[in-house]
Design a protein around this ligand. Sequence first.
Ligand code: GTP
Ligand code: MG
Length: 414
Amino acid sequence: MEKVFVVFADTEKKEEEELEFLELVKACDFQIEAIFSQLLKSITLKTYIGSGKCLEIQEALQDSDISYIIFHQDLTPLQIRNLEALFHVPVMDRSELILAIFSRRAKSPAAKLQIESAQLKKMLPRLIGSNTQLSRQGGSGFNKGSGEKQLELDRRRIKSRISEVDRELKKLATQRKTQRKAREKNALPLVALVGYTNAGKSTILNRVLTHCKGKEEKKVLEKDMLFATLDTSIRQIQLPHGHSFLLSDTVGFISHLPHELIKAFHSTLEEVRYADLLLQVVDASSKQHNQHIDITMDTLRQIGAADIPMLIIYNKCDKTSYTHPQIQNHHLYLCAKDDKEVDYLIQKITETLFPEKKVEMFLPYTQYNIYSYLKEHAHILKEKQEEEGISICLYINDRIYKKYKDFIQKVFPE
Ligand SMILES: Nc1nc2c(ncn2[C@@H]2O[C@H](COP(=O)(O)OP(=O)(O)OP(=O)(O)O)[C@@H](O)[C@H]2O)c(=O)[nH]1
Ligand SMILES: [Mg+2]
């Protein structure tokens, strides 16, 4: 495990943010050797932190084998350059740390390319008068240059690699578009899980899957770790009475998600834009959950998905004093780890996607095939055999309503 120093320096103390940041550092598999905190009166332009704190870090670096010094805030290229010159150790800021996590976790070709594109774009403006960046980006295949000529060469190579990667990404986006078209042909509604990282999105996907299919093999990774999920997974969910829908799980959001990353992930998140229903999962046990909702809404606006109907799932209620399961309009209070509570969610999704009417029908005995069909595809409440046929009271969806309109005798008010 690589050892790191973490630096918190801000004009005010932000405890929750700091705790989250330490989780991010751990998610990158770093071992935290020391934490340096400074309450700043003002930000020092050249080095972000003050000279006294720089000295303290320099002293701590002696006889240590630290791989990175990680700053909680985003730094300017100049600040990074100055700090690296001072410490002789690579310096990472928040954006770079998030990119490093993504880069270590990415598995699919699309995710790998998206991260490479983001890393290269972030690296480019820093390549002016410095060559320390290239040597530590690891995996991008560029050697440490020396002198301006080498630097210019590196810049050109990076630019051409960016074009290459973006071309590949476009190809993958076209493939996804074809897959989406095929799905649209199937006319299955798409439900997308969205929300802050670690809220329980993947857990919900797995529970809904198990509940509806009882299959284990198509499960996705759920883990108490920030950014456990990077790729979009889509699963078909079969409901009773013949309904089906698609459920997608995707990368979680976080505050200050690097701008380059959002752009790079645009096509992955594109699935979300085509959803018929969003399930925003919120970790109700987090003190920051209202802020997490704001950040999720902001991110949804950025990807053009803010107007899609949404259910908000306050998850992990077992760790709170909220009553659960509980449904209040579009808000659900749940513990996704409890199978019975997942039932409520499935019920709510079904009602939202396939709204049903309560009706009374009369089917002559000559139409027994319709009766068999309804037994399988609708929710029959009451039935009575009469002389000429069967009288049934049942819930039916719009499709069935239109198909067998002629046999409906009464529609109950909602
Ligand atoms: N106590 C409790 N823990 C839960 C609940 N739901 C999920 N978890 C745990 O929360 C952690 C994160 O769950 P995930 O499903 O991986 O979260 P995610 O939203 O997919 O996270 P990312 O993919 O990292 O964005 C796991 O350790 C789950 O076991 C719940 O209702 N109660
Ligand atoms: Mg996940």
